[in-house]
Design a protein. Sequence first.
Length: 294
Amino acid sequence: MATDLSASFNEQYININTKLKKRFMRKPNITEAANEFLALAIQCEHSEQPAFAGQTYVGAAKCEASIGNSLGEAEHYISAARQFMKAEKKLAALKFHSPDRENLEAAIGCYTQALSKYPEKSPIRTSILLELAEELVSLDLKSEALVYYEQALETATNGVVNLMCSRKIINLLIDCRKYEYALEMANKICESNTHIPEGVLTELQVSRVLLALLVEPAEEIRSDSLKQLLDDLLNDEDSTALPFNMDLRLKLQSIVISSSMDPQSLVSVVASSKPYFTMQQRELLETLILEKQT
């Protein structure tokens, strides 16, 4: 059945291309060819053959490029990218490793082609970069995803999108164990004039405290806001930059004091603190314990 579908696809694809190449006889009907490519792509999608669908959407994109329709070209490249990414996910679900990453590289290439059709600060460009980054995260390619989140952050003009990108970058940096960079990024967000919702600010400030304990930046290179955060925490100072409830504040104080004065007690302190932290923050705490025990 799969062989029959492959043969049918190849035959139809070649037929469409052949029509386009008969320039010596008559001017090819580009719109007709594009529509035929799209019809074949939809047929491949319905047959659960995303790699074939991706290839055919690329054919439609090239048709649009030949008549100068850059937006239509970009739209078809995005459709192609999504199909190639779907094909890559199917392989990943089957635990099949493709050393050449053929479908993944095709997807990234199509996303890149689509990006080139939009202005640098276009919201659509930001949206495409975010989509690609999220797809890479879903494939557990976090280091690669970081690159595209950072590009999205550079193009983002909306404060909410900017904050969302920054949080994603911090989380990925932590997952990739790049704690110094994660702390720098968290400091940068908290020192900006951006409005940060209280829940998000609480999460960021907790992560900053834990990252500071892990990285242990020298006093002379600590940012003023980080020094203030730790001072206010230990001195029980109320501050809008410290939106911790009493229980969370006490747990963080215990962790900071144990980390610097009695690392052996850190295990028991952390064990009772876990309900107050996110999964990622709990992992930071486990890493902190390991660091203090070595």
